[in-house]
Design a protein around this ligand. Structure first.
Ligand code: ADP
Ligand code: MG
Length: 472
């Protein structure tokens, strides 16, 4: 018998609009003071009326366009009825049969739909287990839900999908999609088929990191394979991922759609999507990470893994391009590599010391490019370049000004090195003799001595040439 894992994902993302989905309370789920951003509408008081947040609808339309989904002419909201203390109204306004987006594709995985709903509040349980508190700051926050077709076959593929979606949501500016903060939540539907017959699926919730996406799916595939091989049956259920115990645990037997008594939300009008300015939304879709990576590979001769790093953050990619546009030397290809290295190892390293983001730093891309030009033209040594970079980060100064002010320029003028070379040759005649006998390390020794005398500012290549010439 041939067994094959099948995975479909349901991914929620909080949209970063100014206000909540159906009222004008502030949309700030990170607010620490409990119940600070609550009004009668999102608190579910009887007699209040919701209104649709246009920006939230537009955000989902933008995601739908980016993922090549279809926008229907009409869409509507529905009530999903259930009771839980984090749901003040006793129902959630969601979408049932007419979502904002049908279809689409990402990483070769077909999308079923993308719809819009409202988030729930949060329960906080006291440590002694005796009391629970409820915080409605998150209740009513716009929540996008994307549902895939069961096209995924491995845990790694599921992680790649979720990571790429996260990046796209960030590129589009619609969600910060941080999994650790609960801004993006992944639920994985997992089944194991036997001889191409789709198996019963289990839905896994409580997944709070990409690692957990991977581990929960791997665990669930293995568990189901074991149940099936020992002649057992898979029960359709919802299981939770227990990160500490590293396993999924049964939570409840899966409810059916009819358990929720969905019906059209009577307090909201249906949406005529043809009245939205779809052309303007389309224009606002930026170049997506996949295309950007390919273009960076072509235009800047970056290797695929370098392009991946450069495009992992839209602001970083834009910074790279602005700096790259200043590099127009004959050997731009080498300069792009140097730019990439200074950016992703040196600058990122310094930024990590303070936790700064690219948008916070004082170095503008033109000055950063100037540093690359100074280094690639041999005007400063690579050691000096690192020191200058630190000063640029601290002061925002132009590297050319730093070189001038601190007299850091590399000495690449033969006549200026002449005297030093002559005095080193005189002082270290033993090393000169060794080099004549073919001892390569003697040459390095002489260059080192000259460098020390020049306080590290001599051009090492030129010094090497001069020593070889003078000795032979
Ligand atoms: P439900 O009605 O139980 O919510 P849906 O058909 O709406 O189920 O699908 C929910 C998610 O489960 C989708 O992402 C879908 O791709 C996935 N899915 C459906 N059937 C399977 C299956 N047999 N194995 C794995 N995933 C599945
Ligand atoms: Mg479902």
């Amino acid at each position: 018998m041939k067994r094959q894992p099948t995975i479909g994902l349901e991914i929620h993302a909080e949209l970063k609009t100014q206000t909540k989905m159906f009222c004008d309370s502030l949309n700030d789920p990170e607010e620490k003071h409990p119940n600070a951003n609550v009004c009668p509408v999102c608190a579910g008081h009887p007699g209040t009326l919701p209104t649709i947040n246009k920006a939230a609808v537009e955000s989902v339309l933008k995601v739908g366009m980016a993922l090549k989904g279809d926008i229907p002419q009409f869409s509507k909201f529905d009530r999903k009825n259930y009771f839980y203390p984090d749901l003040p109204k006793g129902y959630q306004i969601s979408q049932y049969d007419l979502p904002l987006i049908f279809g689409g594709v990402l990483n070769g995985v077909r999308l079923r739909r993308i719809h819009l709903e409202e988030d729930t509040g949060r329960l906080i349980h006291s440590e002694d287990g005796k009391s629970s508190f409820v915080d409605y700051n998150r209740a009513g926050v716009p929540l996008m839900e994307l549902v895939t077709e069961p096209d995924i076959t491995t845990a790694d593929q599921a992680v790649e999908f979720a990571k790429e979606l996260q990046l796209i949501l960030r590129y589009l500016g619609v969600s910060d999609a941080d999994m650790e903060k609960g801004q993006m939540r992944v639920e994985a539907n997992v089944s194991v088929s036997a001889d191409n017959v789709l198996g019963t699926k289990v839905e896994v919730k409580n997944i709070n990191s990409f690692k957990a996406v991977h581990d929960a799916i791997e665990f669930e595939i293995k568990r189901q394979e074991e149940v099936l091989s020992s002649g057992g049956k898979i029960v359709q259920e919802t299981r939770g991922w227990d990160d500490a115990k590293h396993k999924t645990v049964s939570q409840r037997i899966k409810e059916e759609a009819h358990d929720y008594r969905y019906f059209p939300e009577p307090d909201l009008p249906p949406l005529d999507l043809s009245k939205f300015d779809l052309a303007a939304i389309k224009v606002a879709v930026p170049e997506l990470p996949k295309e950007k990576r390919l273009r960076f590979g072509k235009e800047y001769a970056l290797k695929p893994e370098q392009a991946e790093v450069a495009c992992r953050d839209r602001a970083v990619a834009e910074y790279f391009e602005e700096a790259a546009s200043e590099l127009k030397s004959e050997d731009a290809r080498a300069d792009f590599q140097l730019l990439y290295n200074y950016l992703t190892s040196d600058l990122f390293g310094l930024m990590a010391e303070t936790g700064a983001a690219i948008g916070d730093i004082k170095i503008d891309p033109e000055n950063f490019a100037d540093l690359v030009i100074l280094a690639s033209g041999g005007k400063i040594s690579s050691r000096t370049a690192k020191d200058i970079l630190r000063k640029m980060l601290e002061t925002g100064m132009d590297p050319n000004d730093i070189v001038k002010r601190e007299n850091l320029g590399q000495i690449s003028d033969e006549s200026a090195l002449e005297q030093t070379v002559a005095s080193i040759l005189e002082k270290h005649s033993a090393a000169v003799a060794d080099f004549k006998k073919g001892k390569e390390s003697a040459l390095q020794f002489l260059i080192g001595k000259a460098m020390a005398e020049l306080k590290g500012k001599g051009n090492p290549k030129l010094l090497q040439e001069m020593f070889i010439r003078k000795i032979s």
